[in-house]
Design a protein around this ligand. Structure first.
Ligand code: GLN
Length: 422
């Protein structure tokens, strides 16, 4: 049975003899591929064919990779299960009755199932780390600015990054080295230093490493998940790491702040999908407003519509200060709390997801419940930090992910610690 990991299959081979020669790579369907449709999991873009490659896609081609397809995802990245896709849900290869996580669920499922050697996902609030955790693969959300977003169809641009999903820490690190680096087409990218060989950091050496445990994020986790997490911590201690408790009091507000900011940015980013500039037309009958409304009602799914409405509301006159501005304040507290925590620890550790992968269909009924399971991943995006999810064994035959968070541009630290866990 197909897992429905791909929206479009491709066989784009490259002649280049680079570091990814011979590797089959799957690319999330919100990353532009020249001449290959890029749907973002939405009916709105069902027939959209980009005229250019995203920078990361050009880099894959230059590195010799074969692009095997565009992967299924929650519509425009809005979700945690890959069930909001207009192309049907992706199944979790570990247990086909369960979700693979999201929104990069197709990418993680393809890697786990061997339909791709490696994959690219995007992470706005956890969308690389969540599916990595739920499928037992490795996912890295890079520091904001390490990887170019040129050619990524924006959902919430102040939060998101493109990153790798792979079977092992070293392979994920290898793919990160290929896609990282400044880009003249994306003014938010930064030079992260001369040595970008991230795989070399996967040496498993955690002797003397100080690992901070944010108590607030542990408390909300399911006891069975927590137990696996503790086993991982013990392994790291046996290899010479020290663990210390740290506090991140502001994370209490992180999910609320994240959703206000993400929805506000989405409401503005998605305005261009009106059936004229982009997207399937609503039929012009002389009234532009009606035509736009018809195109948008027909082309967007329920979750996307909900978020555009809420985001528009949060930004509207009279409510802006109450919602958007407050969310920005909370965002700066989260950043300050992380800064303080990194004075006491080199990396921080939490369970990636506080729960085991839900059953298909289970979480669609209650959007709030779905937002809340992002508790451990969204603070990282609010603070623009790097984080990795590494499998830490199974509970009831379901994988559990261990998240390591680093200071800005501290990718090597989290890769090192992640490889020790492996
Ligand atoms: N689940 C979060 C959301 O729905 C994160 C999604 C993502 O990282 N793209 O916004």
């Amino acid at each position: 049975m197909s897992l429905n990991a791909f929206i479009t299959r491709t066989e784009i081979e490259s002649e280049a003899a680079g570091p990814l020669a011979g590797q089959r790579i799957a690319v999330k369907d919100n990353i532009s591929t020249e001449g290959i449709r890029t749907t973002c999991g939405s009916e709105m873009l069902e027939e959209y064919v980009p005229p250019y490659d995203a920078t990361v896609v050009s880099k894959l081609k230059d590195a010799g990779a074969t692009i095997v397809g565009k992967t299924n995802m929650d519509e425009f990245g809005m979700g945690t299960t890959t069930e909001t896709s207009a192309f049907g849900p992706t199944k979790n290869p570990v247990d086909e009755d369960r979700v693979p996580g999201g929104s990069s669920g197709g990418s993680a499922a393809a890697v786990k199932n061997g339909e791709a050697d490696l994959a690219l996902g995007t992470d706005t609030g956890g969308s690389i780390r969540c599916p990595a955790a739920f499928t037992g693969t490795v996912g890295i959300k890079p520091t904001y600015g390490l990887v170019s977003r040129y050619g990524l169809v924006a959902y919430a641009n102040s939060l998101e990054q493109i990153g790798p999903i792979a079977p092992s820490v070293e392979e994920a690190a290898d793919l990160l080295s290929v896609i990282a680096g400044p880009d003249e087409h994306d003014g938010t990218t930064r030079e992260a230093g001369k040595d970008m060989n991230y795989a070399a950091a996967a040496d498993g050496d955690v002797d003397g490493l100080r690992i901070g445990i944010p108590t607030e994020l542990l408390e909300g986790s399911d006891p069975v998940v927590r137990k696996r997490f503790e086993v991982g911590l013990e392994q790291l201690r046996e290899q010479g790491a020290e663990t210390v408790e740290v506090e991140l009091p502001s994370v209490e507000y992180a999910v609320a702040a994240y959703y206000v900011i993400a929805m506000s940015e989405a409401s503005s980013n998605l305005a261009r999908f009106d059936g004229v500039r982009f997207g399937t037309a609503g039929g012009f009958d002389g009234d532009w407003n009606e035509s736009f409304a018809a195109a948008r009602s027909a082309g967007f799914g329920e979750e996307v519509i909900r978020r555009i409405l809420l985001g528009t509301f949060a930004l509207s006159e009279g409510y802006h200060d109450k919602y958007y501005k407050q969310a920005q304040e909370a965002r700066s507290w989260v950043k300050q709390d992380f800064d303080a925590a990194f004075e006491e620890a080199d990396v921080l550790a939490t369970p990636t997801m506080p729960v085991l992968p839900p059953k298909l269909g289970e979480s669609l009924e209650d959007p709030l419940q779905m937002y809340l399971i992002d508790a451990n991943t969204v603070p990282v995006n609010l603070a623009n930090l790097p984080a990795i999810s590494v499998p830490v064994g199974e509970t009831d035959s379901l994988p559990v992910g261990f998240q390591l968070i680093g200071p800005a541009f501290g990718e090597k630290q989290i890769i090192r610690a992640g490889s020790a866990l492996e």
